[in-house]
Design a protein around this ligand. Structure first.
Ligand code: ATP
Ligand code: LTN
Length: 338
C-alpha cells in the first residue's frame, strides 16, 4: 500500500516504547539499538506511546518527565529526526480514531488470551481497566495507520504482532485490501534480555526491583555493582545453556549484543577464567556501550524547546500520512466523506 502523503516508496517501519519506568538495557538491545540503521533501507517511524502508558497509573508529573527523558534518550542513542519520523502518539489523533474502529474488528476472546494482559492485570489487580484489555488494539492501530511492513520489537511483542496481522487480514477480507499485513522484526541476539536477579523472567522497565535491571542512565559504578551481583550458578563454566544456566546465558547475550561477538567466541575467551573475570568483561562492554549515550543525553534533555520542535515536526508528518489511512478506512466502512 503506498501512502499518498509521502513520496518515499521504500517499505515502512514503525515502532514505539511506552513512557513507563526507566529505559533498560533490554529496551535498548531488544528494540532501540536495532532502530538506528533502519532509515537506510526503510521509511522509518518511531514514537513514544504515551496513550498506551495511561493503561497503568502513574502521576502526570512523572509521565511528563519520562516523556521528555525518553525522547532525549531516543536522540542520544542516535535516532536522527531528519532521517526518521519521530513523534508522540497523543499528538496524532488518527491513532485513537483507528483504534475505536479496530476494536469492532477484534474479538473479546482474542484479547483475553494476550499474555501481557494476563501479566499486567495480575500485577495491577486493583485497576484492570478496559484500556489495559484493549491495549493491543491501539498497538494494531499504530502499526496499520502507516502501512508498516516491518515492526522492530523484542520477543515479548510477538503475540501482539500476530494479533495485529489477524485484525488486518479480517478487515481486508470483509472490506477489500485496506491494510498492509505487517511482519515482526526481532534481533538474532538480545530479543529477550532477562532480569539480573531473576534470569527466568524478562528484564522490565516498570515492574522490576532496581537491582534486576540495568538502566540506560545508570552510572558506570552502579552498572558494575549490579552485574557483579547478578545471579549465576555453581558450575563455573561459561557456555550458553538457557535452560540450565539462565543467568550466565543472559550475561552472554548482553555481552554478545554489546560487542558483536558470537557465543562461541565468548566461551573460548572467558571459559576457565571464573565468573569474576567474565562479569567484569560484561560490565565493561555495557559501560562502553552506554557511555556515548549518557554523554549526549544531558544536552538533549536540557533543551525542551528543541525537543518540542522536533516532535511538532514529526507529528505533522505522521498525521498527514495517518489521515490518508483513516480516510480510506472510513470510505471502506461506508461513512460519508467529511
Ligand atoms: P513495561 O515494564 O513498562 O511494560 P517494557 O520494559 O516491557 O515495559 P515496553 O515499552 O513494553 O517495555 O517495550 C519497549 C520495547 O522494548 C519493545 O520492543 C519490547 O519488545 C522491548 N523490550 C522490553 N523488554 C525487553 C527485554 N527484556 N529484552 C528485549 N527487549 C525488550
Ligand atoms: N506494546 C509495545 C509498545 C508499542 C508498539 C507499538 C511497538 C505500542 N505501539 C507499535 C511497536 C509498534 C510494547 O513494547 N509494550
Amino acid at each position: 500500500m503506498t501512502d499518498a502523503a509521502s513520496t518515499d516508496t521504500r517499505p515502512v517501519v514503525l515502532s514505539g516504547i511506552q513512557p513507563s519506568g526507566k529505559l533498560t538495557i533490554g529496551n535498548y538491545l531488544g528494540a532501540l539499538k536495532n532502530w538506528l540503521a533502519l532509515h537506510e533501507q526503510y521509511d522509518t517511524h518511531f514514537m513514544l506511546v504515551d496513550l498506551h502508558s495511561i493503561s497503568v497509573r502513574q502521576s502526570p508529573a512523572d509521565r511528563l518527565e519520562r516523556c521528555y527523558e525518553f525522547i532525549a534518550l531516543y536522540l542520544a542513542c542516535g535516532l536522527n529526526p531528519e532521517r526518521n519520523v519521530l513523534f508522540v502518539q497523543s499528538h496524532v489523533p488518527a491513532h485513537s480514531q483507528l483504534a475505536w474502529i479496530l476494536n469492532c474488528y477484534t474479538q473479546f476472546g482474542e484479547l483475553s488470551r494476550m499474555t501481557q494482559f494476563k501479566d499486567k492485570s495480575a500485577k495491577h489487580a486493583d485497576n484492570v481497566n478496559a484500556g489495559l484489555f484493549c491495549y493491543p488494539v491501539l498497538m494494531a492501530a499504530d502499526i496499520l495507520l502507516y502501512g508498516a511492513h516491518k515492526v522492530p520489537v523484542g520477543d515479548d511483542q510477538r503475540q501482539h504482532l500476530e494479533l495485529t496481522r489477524t485484525i488486518a487480514q479480517r478487515f481486508n477480507r470483509e472490506h477489500g485490501e485496506t491494510f498492509v499485513v505487517p511482519e515482526t522484526m526481532t534481533p538474532p541476539i538480545g530479543a529477550r534480555i532477562m532480569g539480573l536477579q531473576t534470569p527466568e523472567a524478562k528484564m522490565s522497565k516498570s515492574e522490576d526491583a532496581e537491582t534486576n535491571a540495568i538502566y540506560l542512565l545508570d552510572e558506570p559504578k552502579r552498572i558494575e555493582r549490579k552485574i557483579k551481583r547478578a545471579v549465576t550458578d555453581m558450575e563455573g563454566s561459561i557456555r550458553f545453556d538457557q535452560e540450565n544456566k539462565p543467568g550466565v546465558s543472559n550475561l552472554m547475550s548482553i555481552l554478545a549484543a554489546c560487542t558483536g561477538q558470537s557465543f562461541e567466541q565468548i566461551s573460548a575467551e572467558y571459559d576457565g577464567g571464573g565468573y569474576g573475570q567474565f562479569k567484569k568483561a560484561v560490565a565493561d562492554a555495557v559501560i562502553a556501550t552506554l557511555e556515548p549515550v549518557q554523554q549526549r543525553y544531558a544536552e538533549w534533555r536540557n533543551d525542551e524547546a528543541a525537543l518540542r520542535d522536533i516532535l511538532r515536526d514529526g507529528a505533522q508528518r505522521a498525521q498527514q500520512r495517518a489521515q490518508t489511512t483513516v480516510d480510506r478506512v472510513h470510505a471502506a466502512l461506508g461513512f460519508i466523506p467529511a
